[in-house]
Write a protein that binds this ligand. Structure first.
Ligand SMILES: Cc1ncc(COP(=O)(O)O)c(C=O)c1O
Length: 364
């Protein structure tokens, strides 16, 4: 068969699939920025600027059993997560990042013709995984402050609706969904995924209600608060029935041994990691105040480790390019409901200083 013939065999729904606009790795920017690659300030992927716990590095350097597959039942990992969350291990399933849990939840529930409600603008991976499924994404716009409009969510429910996706704090806007709004959506009876990737920064969670509601699923990650984005480890808390289905359909060894060791060590070092979270929250508030002083940016209050800003003068894409040239990476957005904005991850105080200095120069 010719390569054209082979291409014709690809699922038609994926021929025009555009993929995910992932953050740029600094090494791909050699020659495109005015600073050495090692001096690039990466504020484009909501990563933790302080790295992981030093205990993780030490434990991985000495880990003897890399040749052995991890426990596919995640027995120790789920126990560790029970101790951390207070939610019973029978409710918990871990994945290679919470991304992988979004994927398997959709695989569990969604087949051709099914609808999933998504409160946009929101985390782009929801749309990504729906694009890989045969379901239909029903987009319900948030209000002008990026708050979920519960009435609109309810009005979007049809006989085909299988799931509601809710990110809180929301990415890229930093907005928290009030608890009463989540409860009202849960009261519709529809399965709801509450993605709490930034929980440690907001302090608000639905986790204690897992198991009490047959339709509540809560997702978390170690990528942000524990600085483990590179190891890919997230988890979800589910009604036991759903957890058992997910345990059956997940890849047996999806969570690698290095990630399991990293969770073990991070949880032993929880207090110092949470102190870093506090430092990031303090820095978020300082960054917000500094951004507010620039009359051509409108920052939105955030409960996460990043701040979304509308760019009131010039194009956000140009701002992103100008910052990139100076070695500061941020993410820009230009979508119908997210026009001309940039999302800036909270870095160390010196990163804020460098960013603000360049922004002030651009203002002149
Ligand atoms: C809302 C939200 N959910 C999930 C994730 C994915 O996290 P992980 O690194 O665990 O896959 C992110 C990462 O940016 C996010 O913003």
């Amino acid at each position: 068969m010719t390569s054209e013939g082979i291409e014709k065999l690809i699922r038609p729904s994926l021929v025009n699939f555009v993929g995910y606009a992932a953050s740029k790795s600094p090494e791909t920017l050699v020659g495109k920025v005015e600073v050495p690659v090692e001096d690039i300030i990466k504020l484009d992927a909501n990563e933790n600027p302080y790295g992981c716990s030093p205990r993780v590095n030490a434990a991985l350097a000495n880990y003897p059993d890399m040749n052995i597959y991890p426990d596919s039942g995640q027995t120790e990992l789920r126990k560790l997560l029970q101790a951390y969350t207070g939610v019973g291990s029978e409710h918990i399933v871990a994945g290679a990042g919470s991304d992988q849990l979004i994927d398997i939840i959709l695989r569990l529930f969604i087949e051709s013709g099914d609808e999933v409600i998504n409160c946009v603008p929101t985390f782009a991976m929801f749309r990504f995984f729906m694009g890989l499924s045969d379901g239909t994404l029903v987009e319900v716009p948030r209000d002008e402050n990026f708050m979920v409009i519960v009435k609109a969510v309810k009005a979007a429910i049809t006989k085909k609706t299988k799931l509601v996706l809710l990110a809180t704090p929301n990415n890229p806007t930093g907005t928290v969904i009030p608890r009463k709004d989540i409860l009202e959506i849960l009261d519709t009876g529809l399965p709801a995924v509450v993605d709490e990737a930034y929980y440690e920064f907001s302090g608000e969670t639905m986790a204690p209600l897992v198991g009490q509601y047959p339709n509540l699923m809560v997702l978390r990650t170690f990528s942000k608060w524990a600085g483990l984005a590179g190891l890919r480890i997230g988890y979800g808390m589910f009604p036991t029935k759903i957890a058992n289905y997910l345990l059956r359909i997940k890849e047996p060894y999806g969570v690698n041994m290095a990630a399991i060791v990293a969770v073990r060590e991070s949880l032993k070092d929880k207090d110092s990691l949470m102190n870093r979270v506090k430092t990031i929250i303090t820095e978020r508030e300082r960054l917000f105040e500094e951004l507010k002083k620039l009359k051509w940016l409108k920052p939105f209050p955030s409960q996460a480790n990043f701040i979304f800003c509308s760019v009131l003068k010039d194009k956000a894409s140009e701002l992103q390019q100008k910052l990139q040239k100076k070695g500061i990476l941020v993410r820009h957005f230009d979508q119908p409901l997210l026009q001309n904005g940039v999302r800036i991850s909270v870095g160390k105080p010196e990163h804020t200083d460098a960013l603000i200095k360049v922004l002030q120069q651009l203002e002149e």
